[in-house]
Each structure stands twice: as C-alpha cells, then as structure tokens.
Ligand binder design. Structure first.
Ligand SMILES: [Zn+2]
Length: 362
C-alpha cells in the first residue's frame, strides 16, 4: 500500500506543485490529489516515475509517516514573509529527519531531558534555570549552545532545506523537544535561532504562532545569550562598531543583536542606535556581518547512527529509513563527527550521552 501522506511529503519536500507532477508524470491533478488523500491507488509505473522525480525509493512510500507537522504550532523565527513553498519544504524536511531521529532514539538510551519544567514563568528566571540546566554560569557566554542543548536532551537536527531569513523551527513530539536547523552561513544567527526556539519550546508549548510570541521568543534569546548583568560589565560606555565586533567574537551573537542590547542597557541613545545601523548598511554589513562565525553541526543524529550502524553509518541509515544513499549522505554530512565538534572536545564521546547499549540489554 502507498501512503498518500508520503506522496505529499515527498512532493512538498521537492517543491513540486500538483500541476508540476501532472506535467512530469502524466497523472491528472485531480487523480493525484485523490492519491494524496488515499482515495486513489497510484499505478506502479506512475509511482516509479514519481520516486525518480523526487529522489526517494518506491519503498519509502509504502511506510506510514510517523511524524506529520501540519496542524502543530510551528514557530518560525520570522521577520519577513517567507514563501509558502519554502516553508512547506522545510517542514517536510523536518518531518523526514525528525522521523529518523525518533526512530534511532527508540533503539537507544538517549540523554535524559533536563530542561526547566516550570511552566511559562518570568523570562529572566526561566533563562537562568535553563543556563543552570545546561551547566552554564549566570555570566558566561553560551559558546556552544547547540551541543549543550543536545546534552540536555533536546533533539536538534540539520535538514536539507533553506528558507529566506529562516534558520530554525521547533516542536514538541511525544513530550520531547525537537529543533530543526535550516541551512545557514552565519553561526551567530544559528545560535540566536536556537535560543529563540528554546523560548518557544519553554514559553509557548501548545500555543499557536503569532507576532507577539515572536518578540517574546527574541526577548528570551536576548536574556539567555546576553545576560544583562554580565554584558553591562563588558559593554563600553560609548561602544563603537569595533567594540561590537570584539563582543561578537566572545558572545557569539550578531553585531546587530549587540547594538540592540546596548540600547537596552542605555549605553547608546536612539540617535546613536540608528547611526550604528546606518554605518553597517553603508558598509554592506546589514546582511553579511564582519567577524563571521561559522555555524556548527548538531551531533546527536550522527552519534546515534554510528552506535547502531558503525563509523560510516550512511548505508545503514538509508536502509532502515528507506532513503537513497544520496539523501542519507546529504543528511549525515550536516551532522558532526566527533572530530568536528568545536568546543568541549573532552565530552565528544558523550555528546547526547548515548549509551552504546541497546535498550533493555543493560
Ligand atoms: Zn519564532
């Protein structure tokens, strides 16, 4: 049996409209639409053409999808509108890779979830509790937030999709927090997005997306990444762009975020604030900042696959998920090997604190 939801998943991941499918494989739009709602059985030849078109094996479509994100409140870090097709592609990519992570987790003992459980308490208190849970002091920069979150039981995956000015989204699945990272070139944006998504996960669980929630999540990110008490000691009285670039290297957030923090700390007034942003624009740095920080790769998915399928887990992962080797490789290269971990190398073997024992065999 072919699952209609899989057809839709692969089609939207490949950014194909039903009309495009009709053109490419010769199945009418209405038939195709019926196939996606399990009301029409697609002929084998059409399925095979569609599989070629989207780059998934035909067996992929014979397995029921375990995760469907439509209907869940997906909070996208959002400052501008994004095309619906891009958004759907990212969501479908998230479903496909989350499914792999959830499956591998079901085979292994993963890390215990150690996030603060207090519901929607005041932001400053919540970011303090989260820092504590992650093993950060109240004043140190969260230099490796991504891997600290993985240690704390947050499932973070990198997905083969990009969306304009979107870097991440998050969702609770079976009482576990999942974050998908989209393609990005800027490590500081990636860190901010992660912190922002943690805001959504902890403050907005089960709440639908809205603009107000976006600014709450950004306030959460600011408190978490730039604790005012610590930053005020380091922020000069009259900070220049040069100062902001130095602070960026240390705190790993964008110069833009630091300028906003400086205004909150009242080290700069509104005129200076706007003038700093004008200077950045004039230098072409509004979109591509100086003092670039490379993004980092999550480790957990690859670590789990290595435990189950050995040091080169692409084939094992492809087999079990019914992916092509190319797709499995594309997912794996977005996840760090132990050698690729940037900081806390001494903890590399325990990132995501995986046991090498399978569940139930200890
Ligand atoms: Zn958001």
């Amino acid at each position: 049996m072919i699952y209609g939801a899989r057809l839709r998943q692969a089609r939207e991941f490949s950014r194909l409209t039903q009309r495009a499918v009709q053109v490419e494989i010769g199945v009418s739009q209405s038939r195709w639409s019926s196939a996606e709602s399990d009301a029409y059985e697609l002929p084998e030849i059409a399925l095979s053409k569609f599989a070629d078109l989207t780059g998934f094996p035909t067996s992929f479509f014979e397995r029921p999808p375990r995760i469907e994100l439509s209907g869940d409140p997906l909070h996208f870090r959002s400052r501008s509108t994004v095309s619906k097709a891009e958004l759907r592609q990212a969501e479908r990519a998230g479903e496909i890779v989350f499914e792999a992570a959830a499956y591998l987790q079901s085979q292994l003992d993963g890390p215990r979830l150690v996030l603060p459980t207090e519901p929607a308490s005041e932001t400053t208190r919540l970011t303090g509790l989260l820092r504590q849970a992650l093993g950060l002091t109240p004043t140190e920069p969260a230099r490796d937030l991504l891997h600290l979150l993985e240690h704390a039981g947050v499932t973070v995956v990198a997905v083969p999709a990009a969306a304009t000015r979107k870097d991440a989204f998050s969702v609770w699945l079976d009482d576990r927090p999942f974050v998908a990272l989209l393609e990005t070139e800027a490590g500081d944006r990636q860190t901010w997005s992660l912190a922002h998504e943690m805001g959504h996960l902890l403050l907005h669980r089960g709440v639908g997306a809205s603009r107000a929630l976006e600014s709450e999540a950004d306030d959460f990110a600011a408190e978490l990444l730039l604790p005012p008490a610590a930053l005020s000691k380091e922020m000069p009285q009259h900070p220049t762009l040069q100062d902001f670039a130095m602070l960026k290297r240390r705190w790993r957030v964008s110069i833009a975020a630091l300028i906003r923090a400086a205004r909150r700390l009242e080290r700069i007034d509104d005129d200076r604030y706007h003038s700093l942003f004008r200077q950045m624009s004039a230098r072409g740095e509004r979109l591509r900042e100086k003092a670039a920080i490379a993004p980092s790769k999550p480790r957990g998915l690859r670590a789990m696959a290595e435990v189950l399928y050995g040091p080169t887990p692409v084939r094992g992962l492809a087999d079990v998920m019914h992916w092509t080797l190319e797709f499995a490789e594309d997912v794996m290269v977005r996840h760090a090997t132990a050698e690729e971990l940037p900081f806390r190398r001494e903890r590399a073997d325990t990132v995501v604190s995986l046991d090498s024992r399978r569940k139930g065999t200890r």
